[in-house]
Write a protein of this length. Structure first.
Length: 200
């Protein structure tokens, strides 16, 4: 396995990550999948509160495998942008509880896809105020965003300077976002490629 620095986060992540959107059959299957990923050298596990019971299953597996494994991996989860702080606060607490962790390594705002979403994360007393407070309290280490939005929206989100990483589509059959990948690199952001084979 190869590893790369994930922007300015200080994290050294495996070039392949285990995405858990579809490993939802049961806890035993989830655990076997995760063990196989760890044995292959993957040290980054990615989930989201929108992926069914994925956070719950990951939390159960983290507990089963113990603190040694937990200390060796980076966990990313994602929460959608919200128009208000209270909803974000409730969902962040729920994700921490589901994952059974004290700290989320990487928290992504799940889907800054529209100008409205961008306005929500730019509102001074909005959802990002909660995320920043959690980071200041040591409950979230790094903050990023994922996107299926237009290039203009992605560029504007990166330009806010609020994020340490971005999850986006960019691969041999879809090089359209080359400019935003370069913009992210120039700002020292980590770039996480979503579905690098365009979901097969």
């Amino acid at each position: 396995m190869q590893y790369r620095q994930f922007g300015k986060t200080g994290l050294s992540l495996s070039v392949f990550s285990l995405g858990t959107m579809r490993s939802l059959a049961d806890q035993a299957t989830f655990q076997a999948t995760m063990i196989a990923a760890l044995e292959a050298g993957m040290n980054h596990i990615e989930t989201a509160r929108g992926y069914g019971q994925s956070e719950v299953l990951l939390g159960q597996v983290l507990q089963a495998l113990g603190s040694r494994v937990r200390s060796q991996i980076t966990v990313t989860t994602k929460i959608p942008p919200k128009p208000d702080a209270a909803t974000m606060a409730a969902q962040l607490e729920e994700s921490l509880s589901r994952l059974q962790v004290e700290v989320i390594d990487c928290l992504a705002i799940h889907g800054i896809n529209t100008l409205e979403h961008l306005a929500w994360v730019q509102a001074p007393d909005g959802c990002m105020a909660v995320v920043r407070a959690a980071q200041a309290a040591g409950r979230v280490r790094h903050i990023g965003f994922s996107t299926h939005g237009s290039q203009a929206v992605i560029e504007a989100a990166i330009a806010t300077g609020q994020f340490a990483f971005v999850n986006l589509h960019y691969y041999w059959s879809f090089p359209h976002h080359q400019a935003v990948v370069q913009q992210a690199h120039e700002q020292g952001m980590g770039v996480f490629i979503i579905s690098p084979s365009d979901k097969g």
